[in-house]
Design a protein around this ligand. Structure first.
Ligand code: CA
Length: 228
């Protein structure tokens, strides 16, 4: 069964999660501060990390950042406090896969855990390499290189680009993208604006004139279309 690491300093939440996830059949590791959590995350063979943001010794953001420097695909769900919308945004920017807002129900967290685990195994990217505007995209290593220099693309941006390229010439809807790449239960989706923001970022990175795109087109009221 999948190995899950919970990094959480509040004992009641930690024990509640341990019990509930063990009952679901998952193997649980736990850490009560950021430093210990990061150490476990980098040492153990894990399938998922549940990461609190407010932690002693090292914040959840720092832990997330450092995990991502070493492991770009380990699924991570962050726990954010109610009213801290900014945490959610920052968490996604740093590469979190999903978030749950405290206080949360254990059932909700289990559902998110399942969805994230399922997605991490389900989404397979058939396209391994692609050359566009002089940029070599390596979708196995999740890297983009131009003139020997690695460019700053997040894995999520590359997943989105891969998804669009493999559907070259087709219109793909925002909800299809969100469901496949982010794997949200659409009832709980943050907003499809997320996609639009990612598209803007991608255009700035691949288009010669981001304001007049030649590769990623907006199809009004429908979604996006990639053209070579
Ligand atoms: Ca905490």
């Amino acid at each position: 069964m999948p190995n899950i690491l919970i990094i959480e300093d509040e004992t009641s939440i930690l024990l509640g999660l341990e019990d509930a996830l063990t009952a679901e059949g998952y193997d649980i590791f736990s850490a009560r501060d950021g430093e210990q959590g990061l150490k476990f995350a980098l040492q153990e063979k894990l399938d998922l990390v549940i990461l609190d943001i407010m932690l002693p010794k090292m914040s959840g953001f720092e832990v997330l950042k450092q995990i991502r420097q070493k492991d770009k695909t380990l699924p991570i769900i962050i726990l954010t406090a109610k009213g801290q919308e900014i945490d959610k945004v920052k968490g996604f920017e740093l590469g979190a896969d999903d978030y749950v807002t405290k206080p949360f129900g254990v059932k909700e967290l289990i559902a998110r855990t399942r969805a994230v685990l399922k997605r991490s195994h389900r989404v397979s990217f058939a396209l391994a390499n692609y050359l566009l505007e002089g940029i070599h995209f390596d979708f196995k290593a999740w890297r983009a290189v131009k003139n020997g220099k690695t460019l700053d693309f997040s894995v999520r941006e590359l997943e989105l680009l891969n998804f669009l390229i493999t559907r070259k010439g087709e219109v793909v809807s925002r909800s299809h993208i969100l469901e496949t790449i982010w794997g949200y239960d659409l009832d709980n989706a943050p907003t499809t604006r997320t996609i639009d923001n990612y598209i803007v970022k991608l255009r700035h990175k691949i288009e010669k004139y981001p304001g007049k795109p030649r590769h990623i087109f907006t199809v009004h009221g429908k979604g996006y279309r990639f053209e070579e």
